[in-house]
Design a protein around this ligand. Structure first.
Ligand SMILES: [Zn+2]
Length: 259
């Protein structure tokens, strides 16, 4: 199994990285992609990936929350990171109008700048969208040829939004959001329409601990070792046999990220 979204440089994991990786290995997680969400964070993720070759990979990008920090220098720094073999995708980047930690104008600027990098460098794109579906789709449609190498990570929308993304040609990343019987209901319903060949799975650890884990871990910290639990939940909703589910999702992921 491959976890396409892990934030292993977050402080919740500090000093515990090796134990987290050991538990992931025991849960049959072979590879993990560390999400870069700022220039500094992308550098730290790369350093960590370098220490675990063949197991950890990373992305390099600036999250919409951090868009206000984006400058011309950020583009130069990201390009340098993207030249490293361990860095296998551009992002995360996108739009997040849920809390607007950065002004929308800054978000558009940073997003567009990173899509410009993607136009120049042939790597897959790891995208983030929250409460910005229409605007996000509008931006991406200006970069039509990038869409087939783009994954909308941590998709949490409803079936209309899912259909719009699939029709456009995106891959979809699903997290343990799907295990939440309250706020995850739209997503659970949407997954009935999800084609298996466009799906990838992720924990987004340490965030989004699956709500229906039994027993509930005391730490409340999500970890890659819970990826099989998330996968089984999605497989059941899609009515796909588990072995076939995990095998196909893995193939999608290897092909998409060129692993
Ligand atoms: Zn994200």
């Amino acid at each position: 199994m491959i976890d396409i979204g892990v934030n292993l440089t977050e402080e919740q994991f500090q000093g515990k990285e090796l134990a987290v990786l050991q538990r992931a290995k025991e849960a049959a997680i072979q590879k993990m992609i560390l999400t870069g969400s700022s220039v500094g964070g992308s550098k730290r993720s790369l350093e960590m990936a370098k220490r675990h070759p063949g197991i950890l990979y990373s992305t390099a990008g600036v999250h919409p929350h951090d868009a206000k920090s984006y400058t011309e220098q950020s583009t130069k720094d990201l390009k340098q990171l993207l030249a490293q073999p361990e860095v296998i995708a551009i992002g995360e980047c996108g739009l997040d109008f849920d809390r607007n930690y950065s002004e929308p104008a800054d978000q558009y600027y940073a997003f567009e700048a990173q899509l410009q990098i993607a136009e120049e460098i042939d790597l897959p794109i790891f995208l983030h969208e929250r409460a910005a579906h229409k605007e996000f789709l509008q931006v991406m449609k200006q970069h039509e040829r990038l869409i087939e190498k783009s994954v909308v990570h941590c998709f949490t929308g409803d079936k209309e939004q899912l259909k719009a993304y699939l029709d456009a040609g995106f891959y979809i990343g699903v997290t343990g959001w799907v295990c939440d019987m309250k706020r995850g209901m739209d997503l659970r319903e949407a997954l009935a329409y999800m084609p298996l060949n466009r799906l990838m799975i992720e924990t987004d650890a340490p965030y989004l601990l699956p709500k229906n884990l039994k027993p509930k871990p005391k730490s409340r910290i999500n970890e890659p070792m819970y990826l099989p639990h998330i996968g089984r939940e999605i497989a059941a909703l899609m009515q796909v046999e588990e072995h076939h589910f995990f095998e196909t999702v893995q193939k999608n992921t290897e092909k998409f990220f060129r692993l």
